[in-house]
Design a protein around this ligand. Structure first.
Ligand SMILES: *Cc1c(COP(=O)(O)O)cnc(C)c1O
Length: 355
């Protein structure tokens, strides 16, 4: 069997949820488990966070699976429904839904009274992705309030810059201006806002990436903000070679040795979810020592520099990311964010659960 595995540390996941809740003090926290819980496994994450106040995701089939598995908490669909049939499924399973567009409001016109649909009405405060415009919001709210099938209404918005210097104040000002007088419960904060902007915590926070131990900020790791990595993607060296000056490594000869060098080949490639665009120099932990990749990433393999790791041999453990080699560092080297790497772990990678 190929030696690549993703170990999922459920204790770390619970720890990180508690960190989110501690930051948010009185607010309730819906665990964001979209995209297969950011690559960690939907049911696995839900089970580890069985005590969560609620769950949030974007995939209706996954939300239904959660409900059918017996989870009774609020389960929110962050993009809502895409057609009327989905709306019927949402009501049948008592899911909560974001409503962000007048098209969705139109789809609700045939819903019978008494369904008690929990709605999160979305205001666009500057992200300019989903949500009613400031000028439309009050009319949308009036339509939702007047609808006989609506149970609770929560105001939701999303921050575009909670993780950088632009911050959240400009979006909060818009929120107050448009909906400040409505005494609706509010859900505003993603991970970055939970960690950095306590004024956004309100009634429900929405921690995503921080649950998985990854920092939402470009200049820190999860550990820096009190989180524990949940996923460790690990493999082994399956070949070791000595190169002489002039030898090239991998497709296209992307790395050429300038002097004799010992290299190792790791059973991990882009078909496992490792980013193909990670350049020479991306960090890898080999037998407990930090080193880096060499040359182009292949489908099933990548190569690493062993010049400083003389005791490395075939079978030596390699941490691709996770414990000892933060996913944020690998992501930074590859010009992306930890979110993308975690979500992309391929189905062929064997999962090991650590309770
Ligand atoms: C994904 C998502 C979140 C979680 O964001 P993180 O940065 O992962 O904490 C929160 N709210 C909405 C609407 C989302 O789509």
């Amino acid at each position: 069997m190929r030696p690549i595995t993703a170990t999922i540390n459920l204790e770390a996941l619970r720890h990180n949820y508690e960190v989110a809740r501690r930051h948010a003090r009185g607010a309730k926290a819906m665990a964001v488990i979209k995209a297969n819980a950011y690559g960690h496994g939907l049911m696995r994450a839900a089970r580890a966070l069985a005590e969560a106040d609620g769950y949030a995701l974007v995939e209706l089939d996954a939300a239904v699976r959660l409900r059918e598995a017996g989870y009774r908490q609020r389960i929110v669909l962050l993009e809502g429904f895409f057609d009327v049939r989905e709306l019927a499924v949402i009501m049948e399973h008592k899911l909560a839904t974001v409503i962000h567009s007048s098209e969705q409001l139109d789809m609700m016109k045939d819903v019978p009274a008494g369904a008690q649909l929990d709605v999160m009405l979305k205001l666009n405060t500057g992200m300019n992705r989903l949500g009613f415009q400031a000028s439309e919001f009050q009319a949308a709210l009036a339509r939702v309030k007047a609808h006989p099938a609506v149970g609770s209404i929560t105001l939701i918005t999303h921050f575009a810059n909670a993780d950088d210097d632009k911050g959240v104040a400009w979006q909060l000002r818009m929120l107050e201006r448009v909906a400040g007088a409505d005494s609706l419960p509010r859900s505003l904060a993603n991970s970055a806002a939970i960690l950095r902007h306590p004024e956004t915590h309100a009634d429900w926070v929405r921690p995503g990436i921080m649950l998985y131990g990854c920092s939402p900020f470009p200049d820190s790791t999860g550990e820096d903000v009190g989180l524990k990595p949940v996923m460790t993607l690990a493999s082994e060296l399956i070949s070791i070679r000595e190169l002489v000056a002039g030898d090239a490594v991998g497709y296209g000869g992307g790395f050429v040795a300038e002097h004799p060098i010992r290299i190792g080949v790791v059973a991990c490639g882009y078909a496992d979810g490792y980013p193909r665009h990670a350049p020479t120099g991306s960090p890898v932990l080999v037998g407990g020592t930090l080193t880096h990749t060499l040359g182009r990433v292949s489908m099933d393999m990548l190569s690493v520099d062993l010049s400083a790791i003389s005791d490395a041999r075939v079978g030596t453990r390699v941490v691709v990311w996770g414990e000892g080699n933060p996913v944020e560092h690998v992501a930074h080297a590859a010009g992306t964010v930890g979110y993308e790497l975690l979500c992309a772990v391929a189905p062929r990678v064997r999962i090991i659960e650590e309770p």
